[in-house]
Design a protein around this ligand. Sequence first.
Ligand SMILES: Cc1cc2nc3c(=O)[nH]c(=O)nc-3n(C[C@H](O)[C@H](O)[C@H](O)COP(=O)(O)OP(=O)(O)OC[C@H]3O[C@@H](n4cnc5c(N)ncnc54)[C@H](O)[C@@H]3O)c2cc1C
Length: 446
Amino acid sequence: MTPHFDGSLLTGGDPGYDAARTVWNAMIDRRPRMIVRAASVADVVTAVRLARESELELGVRCGGHNAAGFAVPADGLMIDLTRMNAVRVDPVGRRATVQGGALLGALDRASQPYGLATTSGNVSHTGVGGLTLGGGMGWLARRYGLACDNVVSYRMVTADGEVVTASRTENPDLFWGLRGGGGNFGVVTDFEFALHHIGTRALVAELDFPAEDAVPVLEGWRDLNADAPREATFTADVRSAPGGAIATVGFVWVGDPARGARLLPGLRALRCPVAERVTTPSYRELQSRDDSTGGHTYRRYSSAHYLREFSTAAIEAFLLRGAADVGTGSFRPDVGLQAYGGAIADVADADTAFSYRGTRFEFGAGSRWTDPAEDDARIAAARAAGAALGPHADGVYVNSLSADEGRRGVRRAYPAAKLARLSDLKSVWDPRNVFHLNHNIPPVGE
Ligand SMILES: Cc1cc2nc3c(=O)[nH]c(=O)nc-3n(C[C@H](O)[C@H](O)[C@H](O)COP(=O)(O)OP(=O)(O)OC[C@H]3O[C@@H](n4cnc5c(N)ncnc54)[C@H](O)[C@@H]3O)c2cc1C
């Protein structure tokens, strides 16, 4: 007998089935046997139990941004949390309670009317669930820590269908693991976040330089970053353009734009920029400015690393983007850097599952395209750009792992001692590895 759901149970051919199984990376086209569109914690409990009784592989969907499409199990049971998207803000206590299927935009929409926010990512249609469970990097992280550093408590449905709370005082080991360990331990139905008074204003600076000036410009940008205030997150990218590659350096500032603008003369003095874009969006505009370039419908592949240093040799590898010259090779991926440091590094590495807090920059090489015939060449080019930075890397963000890195990738995301502690924790909370469609931390012995 089909169990009762407050939401709905979809199977192939039902209205909404195809929309629910469609995720961000257009290369993913899998058909779950069942999709539970959960509307309550009770639905999540029932769905976990149903999957186990029916021996169906279980996937958990929030924003659907995971590039490997882990949310969508072929012939399995997908718990679609997207109807559980409510956000409740307590402006006096500065807390937000966010359901496990909410998107980042919902969190900002609910908290910004009070001038409040917490760290979240840079594209508003990313899920709070997957982003926060992996760590959660965003424009506020250098000031207030990662998204996971701002979680006060989690409510979670376990592999046995029990509902538990994790906080500093309740199930503290689980709380440790949920801060960076991904979706390995259960289905989080509610996150309680600390909010901060950030106002509503921001400044974005992007200065373009020709490829021939890029080495000294990136060296100077790196050195300016070392002393930058925590309101600033330095960014850099290199992309192909007609006539040659363009290197763009700049920063995102959250707070009073006039204070942020004081960083501009230092960047302008690096060399003579060929173009400059300085804008002052509202914080909410900032949080959705990459929504279309980060949008759905494209085929995707990316490769990423954490960098503790950014030497001149690393800069040269960054500029080549995996190929032997700096020309306009059409399949060469865009490459980018985003600064870490500040409050991220204030937390001891041992305090959370999230690792490599001493990172100075996150590197990413990303390709997007539409023609399946280009799959192999695009993926090879993005891999080559990532491999070129490999010798300069120290770890990787678990949420930035390539779709196909498997266990080797998980070993890159967590140092060995951390991974051993995570495996012990997995053995306690999910010994049968029910939640394995993720960057999987295997229980001990598996
Ligand atoms: C366009 C784009 C922009 C991005 N920008 C940023 C950024 O600025 N900062 C950053 O840190 N990361 C960023 N990321 C990476 C992002 O954090 C990961 O892709 C993350 O997995 C997305 O989570 P999701 O909920 O959208 O994805 P989903 O595919 O829905 O979920 C990914 C996995 O997370 C787990 N999961 C999700 N929700 C829950 C839950 N409630 N309970 C238990 N498990 C759950 C499941 O294992 C699931 O398979 C970005 C990704 C994209 C595609």
